[in-house]
Design a protein around this ligand. Structure first.
Ligand code: PLP
Length: 356
């Protein structure tokens, strides 16, 4: 038993996954589970599999080893392949999301040169979020170029929202997306069988019956992890918000002025901080730091606690309003968000505890 730790409630998590699968199945949509937040954790892959997931996606090739024990799963690389990793991509992954024809040409070249079966390409269309993908007006010409390449196979299209530009999917953008599909299918006389309609932020289109029938895949991380999504920020019906939590130990409790004393320079991370002067306050220091987590994605269970900040190894909390009499050695519990989950799984200093 060591701290800090991230606690995974297996029952709650698997319940979330099953609810998502059921919801999507009714609309003929396959859930492709996105595992990048778990940094290659083997047990997390098993939980997804036990809940019924057979399609997996990750952004880092190193993480794909956790799927090796499953013989009946499909693996997709979510980040546009680096040209330098193409040999591994085509060996490890069944398909990859792509946005740049130069990269796709290199993939094709490599497969042909090595007598490999064509690598499956999902062409990303940028519908406004301005991360990866070709613009709608370039989609058809790019698809034609891919079609000419003999070492790859265009199996479908993908779109993504909410990650960089914080754009949300709309009926218009989804209509544009399937119109592009139809145009490509008609022109090239092919069938695009893998229509990847977005990430967790697109899930509400499913339960609101707004997802075009052409969409048959969603790539989902966040919604099944936290039982919620960024459109409504409410717990999804039948899911749990708290399948993941964090615990950290208190190492100091003190009464000090909220305002640091002395001339102000810059903090450990190069920023000039601002402090409110509210006199002396009761403060808690926990043994967890920026090396392990992202503070603004940590939500104390005790709602009267307020995270002030911290440094690489310390988390400092204002405990002035709390009714609980904390002492050193006590454990504080936190709800998580994407940023903290990512860091906690990635930190070797954080124990991963799976609660049956
Ligand atoms: C991370 C990622 C996802 C998953 O996003 P969530 O918001 O966690 O559902 C989907 N698609 C791509 C391309 C990603 O990189």
């Amino acid at each position: 038993m060591s701290y800090p730790k991230i606690i995974i409630d297996e029952k709650k998590f698997k319940n979330n996954v099953k609810v998502a699968i059921d919801m999507c199945k009714k609309h003929n949509i396959e859930v492709l589970a996105v595992t990048k937040g778990f940094c290659g954790n083997q047990r997390m892959a098993e939980l997804y599999y036990e809940a019924g997931i057979r399609y997996f996606g990750d952004s880092r090739l190193e993480n794909f080893a956790i799927f090796n024990k499953f013989k009946d799963v499909k693996k997709q690389l979510l980040r546009i392949p680096m040209i330098s990793e193409i040999p591994e991509v085509v060996k490890i992954c069944d398909s990859s999301l792509n946005g740049d024809i130069q990269v796709i040409e290199k993939i094709s070249e490599y497969c042909l040169k090595n007598n490999l079966k064509p690598h499956e390409i999902v062409l990303m269309i940028d519908l406004g979020d301005r991360r990866e993908g070709v613009l709608p007006e370039e989609a058809l010409s790019t698809a034609k170029k891919i079609y000419e390449l003999k070492g790859v196979k265009l199996i479908g299209l993908g779109c993504n929202f909410g990650c960089y530009g914080a754009r949300v999917p709309s009926d218009e953008s989804m209509k544009l997306f399937v119109n592009i599909q139809h145009k490509i299918e008609d022109e090239l006389k092919i069938k695009l069988t893998h229509m990847s309609g977005g990430n967790s932020l697109s899930l509400h289109l499913v339960w609101e019956n707004r997802m075009p029938k052409e969409i048959n895949f969603l790539r989902m991380g966040f919604a099944m992890i936290f039982g919620t999504e960024d459109m409504y920020r409410k717990t999804i019906k039948g899911m749990y918000r708290d399948a993941f939590s964090c615990e950290a130990e208190i190492i100091e409790i003190d009464y000090k002025s909220s305002l640091p004393v002395g001339e102000c320079g810059i903090d450990a991370f190069g920023h000039k901080p601002y402090f409110e002067d509210i006199g002396n306050i009761k403060r808690i220091i926990c043994a967890i730091g920026k090396l392990d987590t992202m503070f603004d994605a940590m939500i104390p269970y005790d709602k009267d606690l307020k995270i002030l900040g911290g440094s690489s190894d310390h988390l400092i909390i204002n405990a002035n309003d709390s009714k609980i009499k904390y002492k050193c050695g006590d454990i504080l519990k936190f709800d998580l968000d994407w940023g903290s989950l990512l860091y906690l799984f990635n930190s070797k200093y954080v124990e991963k505890e799976f609660k049956k």
